[in-house]
Ligand binder design. Structure first.
Ligand code: CTP
Ligand code: CA
Length: 223
C-alpha cells in the first residue's frame, strides 16, 4: 500500500522532529559535540511538510537551511535546550521523530573563563544528559513516537531494548554494514524495528528514507 499517492495524508497532523548534534559547553570557547550532519532530520521535515503536516523542527547546530512553509524551525545548542523545546511542543504534537544525535554526557560544570593550558593531562568530569525521547515516552498519550538507533553490535536486540525502554512505536535502525550509511553521507540503509517485526530497506538517499519513514507512520494512523 503506497500512502504517498493519497493527497496530503498528513494534513492536520503536527509532526515534531529533533535533528542534528548537540554541543555541550566546556568553557566559553569550547564544547563537546559530534559529527551528525542533521540531514536525516531535515529531510524528514521537508517530506512531512510536503505531505501536508505542520512541522516543528528542533535543530542542534548544523549548516543546513530550510525554508518551506509549514516548518517552524527552533534552533538549539545543548541537550538541555533541546529537551526544553521538545517538552514545550510535545502536547501539540501527533508524531515525534527523534533524529537528533543528542550528547549522552555534558561537562559537570562549565568554566566561566577559558581554561588555560597547564598540566600534562586535563580531566573533564562528565555527567549524564536527560534522555529526551525517554522522557517523551513517559508522557506519551495519543502521540506516535519514533526513535533512531545506530548500533555496532547486537543491533536488533539493542534496538528492541530502546523500543521498549522509550515507549516507541518503532525504531529506525541505521545499518553500519554498508559504506555510505551514517552520519555525514547522503544515503542510509535502515530497518524499522517493531517488537515482533523487522522491515528492512536497501541503501537509498536520505530523502527516500524520509519517505519510507513517513509512509510507515501514516499506516500507524490507519490501524
Ligand atoms: N535520544 C534522546 N535524548 C538523549 C539520547 C538519545 O532523545 N539524551 C534519542 C535519539 O535521538 C534517538 C534515540 O534516543 O532517537 C536513541 O539514541 P541512541 O544514542 O541510539 O541511544 P541511547 O539511549 O543514547 O543509548 P546508547 O547511546 O548508550 O546506545
Ligand atoms: Ca546515545
Amino acid at each position: 500500500e503506497d500512502h504517498l499517492t493519497a493527497s496530503l495524508p498528513l494534513k492536520g497532523k503536527h509532526v515534531m522532529i529533533t535533528a542534528g548534534p548537540t554541543y555541550e559547553a566546556i568553557d566559553p570557547v569550547r564544547f563537546i559535540g559530534n559529527h551528525s550532519s542533521g540531514k536525516m532530520g531535515y529531510e524528514i521535515a521537508r517530506v512531512a511538510a510536503n505531505l501536508g503536516a505542520q512541522v516543528t523542527l528542533i535543530s542542534g547546530p548544523t549548516h543546513l537551511q530550510i525554508s518551506e512553509d509549514h516548518i517552524n524551525l527552533i534552533k538549539v545548542v545543548s541537550a538541555q535546550n533541546m529537551y526544553d523545546a521538545a517538552m514545550a511542543n510535545f502536547e501539540a504534537a501527533d508524531v515525534v521523530i527523534a533524529a537528533a544525535a543528542v550528547a549522552d554526557y555534558k561537562p559537570e560544570s562549565v568554566a566561566d573563563q577559558k581554561i588555560k593550558k597547564a598540566e600534562e593531562t586535563l580531566t573533564i568530569r562528565l555527567t549524564k544528559n536527560q534522555d529526551i525521547l525517554r522522557s517523551l515516552g513517559e508522557r506519551k498519550q495519543h502521540q506516535k513516537l519514533i526513535g533512531f538507533a545506530l548500533e555496532t553490535n547486537n543491533e536488533l536486540e539493542n534496538a528492541k531494548a530502546k523500543l521498549k525502554k522509550k515507549n516507541l512505536d518503532f525504531v529506525v535502525l541505521n545499518s553500519l554494514q554498508d559504506k555510505g550509511a551514517g552520519f555525514q553521507s547522503e544515503t542510509n540503509k535502515v530497518s524499522f524495528v517493531f517488537q515482533d517485526e523487522v522491515k528492512s530497506f536497501g541503501l537509498k538517499p536520505k530523502s527516500e528514507v524520509a519517505k519510507d519513514i513517513l509512509n510507515e507512520i501514516i499506516s500507524l494512523f490507519d490501524e
